[in-house]
Write a protein that binds this ligand. Structure first.
Ligand SMILES: Cc1ncc(COP(=O)(O)O)c(C=O)c1O
Length: 358
């Protein structure tokens, strides 16, 4: 039977690949190791009984936006909520990308910037980072001058390297770039820098957008909820590209209730950061090169231990430990990324690693 042809540009593209394998210890997708508190679940279930199932949800998610605005001390008109920060990124690409437009990424970074931009037929230009995976001012200026990007993606802390961005780089990008500057802060609560502060200034830039997610620190990857803080003029533009009623009623409730448990979230962040430090020390003691991270994951290189990164990934998998294999990404030969898990999961990972590199 004849199959209809998909778009020419899609035929050469790959989808997003992160294996979902059944293993004992899953440390490959930077999820939170613990669920939200039981009180969260009880409060959510109680609220869920009040949902008007036969009615569409609040189209602009007003209550959730107001509560997020309080959290960040901005206006509700600056908050846009969506199905995970990936949908926020897609909304940005639909609004500012598209045919004849250019997006810039700094590789290695989160693969979805390029992937989503391309699905809107946007041209993607990949700039580089220095040996410490930082963006240099000279590289940033040069790429802005040569490409005049409509979209420029910064990731702070950067996935998969864990490197945070600096105020200087964000300000330089905003001042030089003709287009929108996106700072993806999916792991923002783990870092000592946030670009949201820049959006709170009296003369806040009209081109800066900071994205956040409930998937990581809020322990809610299963819910698919994310948002951005943006200049107010952008919100009506986003409304033109999103589907009506895209954010369902239950998700809006889940987000509002999660925000009541901020102290618990911050405790989890502190615990994860302490565990990250413990893992980093154990890995260094094993002779692995560990890159400094301000996120809930660590990237490390196996070269100095004399074990190939792909081989080590398979050896860990054979022991039912799944981490992210970045070895085949440009610039990341022999690199693996491990998400910080529970103390027990981290012990299993370290133990398996000890056996695997001997
Ligand atoms: C840097 C970065 N941005 C965005 C996302 C997507 O998050 P969400 O689950 O909110 O779509 C991820 C997920 O791993 C990420 O690492």
């Amino acid at each position: 039977m004849k199959r209809p042809l998909v778009r020419d540009d899609l035929r050469s593209m790959d989808g997003y690949h992160s294996p979902q394998v059944e293993v004992k210890v899953r440390l490959n997708t930077n999820e939170a190791p613990l669920a939200p508190p039981e009180e969260f679940q009880a409060a959510f279930l109680a609220e869920a009984t009040k949902v008007d199932w036969h009615r569409y949800p609040d189209r602009v998610a007003q209550s959730l936006r107001e509560e997020l605005a309080d959290l960040h001390e901005v206006e509700a008109g600056q908050i846009f909520v969506a199905n995970g920060s990936n949908e926020v990124l897609q909304t940005l690409c639909l609004t500012f990308g598209g045919h004849g437009r250019t997006a810039v990424t700094f590789e290695p970074t989160y693969a979805m910037y390029g992937q989503i931009a391309r699905t809107t037929q946007c041209r993607v230009v990949e700039a580089g980072r220095d040996k410490d995976f930082r963006i240099s001012e000279s590289e940033l200026e040069a790429i802005i001058d040569s490409e005049r990007p409509d979209l420029l993606f910064l990731c702070s802390p950067n996935n998969p390297t864990g490197t945070p961005e600096s105020l200087e780089i964000v300000e330089l990008a905003v001042s030089k770039s003709p287009g929108v500057v996106v700072v993806d802060e999916a792991y923002g609560q783990f870092a000592d820098f946030t670009a949201i502060e820049t959006l709170k200034q009296t003369e806040a830039p009209e081109s800066l957008v900071v994205t956040r997610t409930f998937s990581k620190t809020w322990s809610m990857a299963g819910v698919r909820l994310g948002y951005c803080v943006a200049p107010p003029w952008m919100l009506p533009e986003f409304e033109k590209v999103i589907l009506p009623y895209h954010l369902d009623s239950l998700k809006q409730i889940a987000g509002r209730i999660a925000l009541r448990f901020r102290d618990e979230m911050e405790q989890r962040v502190a615990q994860i950061s302490a565990e990250r430090q413990r893992i980093a020390e154990a890995l260094s003691a094993l002779g692995l090169e560990v890159f400094p991270s301000q996120a809930n994951f660590l990237m490390f290189r196996t070269t100095e231990c004399g074990v190939d990164g792909n081989e080590l990934w398979h050896r860990l998998l054979a022991q039912s430990i799944l981490v992210r294999n970045c070895s085949n990404w440009p610039g990341l030969a022999d690199c693996l990324r491990v998400t910080v898990g529970t103390a027990n999961e981290n012990d299993s990972f370290i133990e398996a690693l000890e056996g695997a590199i001997k």
